[in-house]
Structure formats: C-alpha cells, structure tokens
Design a protein around this ligand. Sequence first.
Ligand code: G6P
Length: 532
Amino acid sequence: MWNDLKQRADAARENSILELCQQDSRFEDFSIKHGDLLFDYSKTHLKAADLDMLVDMAKDVPTRRSAMFSGEKINETEGRAVLHTALRNLDGGAVKVDGDDVMPEITATLKRMQQFADDVRSGVFKGQGGAITDVVNIGIGGSDLGPAMATLALAPYHNGPRTHFISNVDGADAADKLALLNPETTLVIVASKTFTTIETMTNATTVRKWMETVVRDPGAQFVAVSTATEKTAAFGIPSERVFGFEDWVGGRYSMWGPIGLSLMLAVGLDAFEEFLRGAQDMDVHFETADLAKNMPVMLALIGLWHHQGMGFPTRAVLPYDQRLSRLPAYLQQLEMESNGKSVAMDGSAVETVTGPVVWGEPGTNGQHAFYQLIHQGRTVVPCEFIVAAQGHEEHLTEHHTLLLANCLAQSEALMTGRSMDVARGLMAAKGFEGAELERQAAHRVFEGNKPSTTLIYPKLTPFVLGQLIALYEHRVFVEGVILGINSYDQWGVELGKELAVSLTPVVEGNQSADNKDSSTRGLVEYVHSLRG
Ligand SMILES: O=P(O)(O)OC[C@H]1O[C@H](O)[C@H](O)[C@@H](O)[C@@H]1O
C-alpha cells in the first residue's frame, strides 16, 4: 500500500496544480461541505484516480470507527475504550463499556458542572472576598491546551469570570499570573486526569500557599477535575467540588467533559452546550457520510498523501483567525502525541513514516515571518489555511476583508508562483539590463505548484469550534487506523519524566552526577557553578 502511494504521489509531482484548478469543476469535485464547514482540497496535485486509491486506503476505517463509537477497547496497549465522543452524545442513545451504559454518569456529571458553573457565574458561590472574579486552571498537556485554546477562540462569548491558565513548572508561569489576581475572589481548578503530574501538583501546591496567606479556608476555593478521585481527596478538595471522568477519555481528547469546566465558567452553559453540539454534529457526519465525502476521512487522506506519499516532512496549520492562535499548539499535542509512533498495534515496526511535524501561527502575522521559506525555500510545506467568512467585529469589517484577501492570496501564490519570464519583465520595467537583470530576476522567481488546503466557516461560533475540533480528532483517528498504530497511548513521554525524577536530587546537589554521561555531568556541573 505505501509503495503504491509513493509511486502515485511521485508521478503526481508533474501535475500542474494551476492547470488542474483551471478546470471549471475542480473546486466542486475537490471540496466537501458539511454543515458550517467547507474543506477545499482543490489546490493539490491530486487527480480523480488518485482520490479513488486514497479512499481505498481507508477501507478499514468503518469497522474501526464502529468499534470506537461502540466502546470497544481500541486503545489496546492500555486496555481502554476511546469514548470522548460519549461526552458530547447529547440526547443520544446508550454507550456501553463492559456492558454498562456510561451515559447516565456523563449526564449527571455535566449537570453538576452546569449547576456549579451557574452558582459561580451568578455569585451564589463566593470566595472569601465575594463573587468570583477570576478562575485559574492549573493543568498541563490535555488538561490545559484544550480549554486554553477554546477560551481564547470563544472570547466574544465570555460573560463570566476571567480565566487564566497556569501550566509550566517554570515558576515564572505561576508568578506572572498570580501577580494579577486577588486570592479572595479567585477560584482554582486543579485539572489533571491522573492527579500525579509533577508540574500540575507543584503549581497546585504553590497556588494553595499563595492563597493561604490571605484566605482562611483556601480549600473552599479549590475545585478538582480528575479520574483519580481518591487523590483529589488527599489534596484536600472535598468530593462535592470534584468532577470526575473515566479513563476512556484520553487527556488530549478531554475538553468536552469536566476538563472543559474553565471554558464553561467563561462562556456559560448555553455556549458550552453549543460547543458540544457542534462536535456531536461532526461525529454524526463522520459516522454516516460516505468515505469519499467524509470530511475527517478526506482531511486524513490528504495528510497521508502529502506526508507518506509525497514525502513532505511537516504541515503548517495557518489560522487566519487571531483567536485560533493556540490552535497549532493544541493540534501539536492532538496529532503528534497521537500519531508520533513507530510501532504498529501488534508490536511490529511501522512500515512508513507516521505523523508529520505540525506547526503554525496565525495569519497574517506568519506572512511577515516564515512564509519566505514556504514560498521560496527548498522544503515543500503543505499549508492548511483556516478562515472565517465573517469576524465578530462588525465595526471592523474592512479588517476582515483584508484578512480574507490575504488568506486567499497566499494559497493562490503558492499555486501560481512566478516564472522567470515574468520576473524578467518586472526587472526590465525597473530599468535593469543584461546580466544584472538576470541576477535580480532570479531572486524574484516563485517556483509555485505548492499544495494547500483551506477550511472556511461562516464565523467562529461555539458550534463551529466544536465541529472544527471534532474534525481534527477524527482525522487523527483515520490516519492512525491506516497507519495501523494506536493513536490513544503516549508511551513516548515517559522516559523523560522518569529521568527528570532521577535528576532532581542531582540538580539539587543532594546526589552525585558521577553515574551520568559526560555531557549530562558537564551540564549539571556548569549549572551548579552558576547557581552557587
Ligand atoms: O491530565 P494529566 O494526568 O495531568 O496529564 C497531563 C498530560 O501529561 C502527560 O505527560 C501526557 O503526555 C499528556 O497526554 C497529558 O495530557
């Protein structure tokens, strides 16, 4: 399968994307519209026959998809089901794990979250100094990136307390954020699936100490979100303010449930529900649409075409949406932690490269920074543009027009490029001649024929954000199925954590670095000399 893909993709390098896009039906044939989202993949080297082959690669997806949605333990290395979809299965049917319907528990927890959020937002729940003005979410990875990304994305819908996110074990993170806050009116959410993550537990202890200096009963202003409810009690958070979830929700897939509490507090119950409904809408589309018209499936297949087929090592995610500025970081965890693997489900080595490096920044800012390399560097970077037809700022529509024009101009420029002849003409018009004209013109050539895709939506509403994130989640699933890997474990993060534990006493100076290699020993000794 992978050799066929490579051969076909190699041959397709000769295709002119511009010529393909000069055919009138190109856009219609190479785009999918579902609900509020349009996914355009016309500006790629793909021809119809390539699409047939790609869709054929996804033939095992329906079986695995049913297995996921029905609660089978598809996370085989951890023996767990993968059921983040159940968290947004609003008004849906039963979902069973080991024969038990998990929906009553999910619904009950959602109701508790709603009641609590309502109490905080209405001022019924108070801190020592009165109504809660600020919420601090302490978490990292999946317990941070989702809610942090989504609260920023939905800033126009904020009508609750201000939200802040402390994640890094670097004390600067806590110090800078706490400096803005009044402990007497701050609510702290300790968000950790395992409630053992060293960064989160260290920050939680620091924030409790900060609160203790002023607040008589700081525990009363703490909430925990975790699967490890026994550990939350040991930390001193009473069960009525603990929101639990089950281990079949992966950390990076968890913001639809209690990990999303900070988002619910910020935007309110209705907007949060709309967010869930958007994701649920994408779930239904993913479960029911034909593979060739299935947006997550096609997004995944285009990804495989570019990375495994054409060999492009990275993919840029370029939201022309300032409020999606944390989306690339969120997707880095979602995609790279899920599909950055080398071993297939059965323990054998994977035959191909797996997930690409995902990176990006919002447009138009990136245009004035790294787009130079995208347009004229030797590395081809498939670009994923993301943009709304309308902004929320009705008084600033001219900004949005410029934003859209820039987004569309970039995908056009990547496709069209600029030939040497055109560059010569430009330089001749500026008065250059002979060898100098040739030299100057060469620098102004754009190779073009560079692929990109575009996702367009009407406006970044909670519903659309839900659709968008669920789209990416299912894309990861589809890529994982075709690669034959387990997208739901993350053993690759363990080794560094273990070594950090063993290095802590060495850095403290309580243990010798003698058993370490020369490089690590040298670095430790140098650090000691700087720390005095
Ligand atoms: O939610 P927690 O248990 O604190 O875990 C936080 C994060 O840390 C881990 O190292 C994993 O790599 C992530 O997948 C996880 O989201």
